[in-house]
Design a protein around this ligand. Structure first.
Ligand code: SF4
Length: 193
């Protein structure tokens, strides 16, 4: 049979009406459809990265971890157990799946050299090495041992660190430890949680 989309909609509508007339309860069927979408997915709790509200999200991923299986994010929704948003998301957060599955997503570090107009792809090793060299040079060149009043301060005002709201408490703890060890005083985080 050659059924068009219009035919299908007619049948579906008639079927739904018949089910209602004969007293069938369609809720379990609809619930099953809803459940099947994420039934075999694994859940990962995370934080929306877009703004400082830091709403909690659940990321659903399909793929059992077998060697030849590439895990795939299939759904993202608000975390109903999260104290900040209790399952709700604004339109930006609700579109997070498009942020994760996006061909324009950056997957490697990039650098734009002084005076340059284009971004250049570099490896993680090169990025970490260059950052370490610049941090050392900047700190060596600008470290302040004593302030104008003669107080011992041992601080570096020429480097700043800012974190994102998806950084964990443990990561932030290590960041503060490392930055304070360098004498960095300008430390911020996007999140207000
Ligand atoms: S869902 Fe909206 S309000 Fe919540 S953190 Fe993301 S962008 Fe901010």
């Amino acid at each position: 049979m050659d059924a068009s989309r219009r035919d299908f909609l007619k049948v579906a509508t008639v079927g739904g009406t018949a089910a209602a007339l004969f007293g069938f309860d369609l809720k379990p069927a609809y619930a099953e459809l809803r459940r099947l979408k994420i039934a075999r997915a694994s859940e990962t709790r995370s934080t929306c990265p877009y703004c400082s509200v830091s709403c909690g999200v659940i990321i659903y991923t399909l793929g059992d971890g077998a060697k030849n299986v590439t895990k795939q994010v299939v759904h993202v929704e608000g975390d109903p157990d999260h104290p900040i948003n209790r399952g709700t998301l604004c339109p930006k957060g609700a579109s997070l799946q498009q942020d994760i599955l996006n061909e324009r997503r950056l997957l490697k570090p990039q650098v734009r050299r002084p005076g340059g107009t284009d971004w250049e792809d570099i490896s993680w090793e090169q990025a970490i090495g260059e950052i370490a060299q610049k941090v050392k040079k900047t700190r060596d060149d600008t470290f302040i041992e004593t302030d104008a009043a003669g107080n011992k301060v041992n601080r570096c005002e020429s480097i700043a660190f800012t974190g994102g709201c998806t950084d964990t408490n443990e990561f932030n703890y290590l960041v503060v430890k490392a930055m304070r060890a360098l004498g960095v005083v300008h430390i911020e985080n996007q999140a207000r949680v």
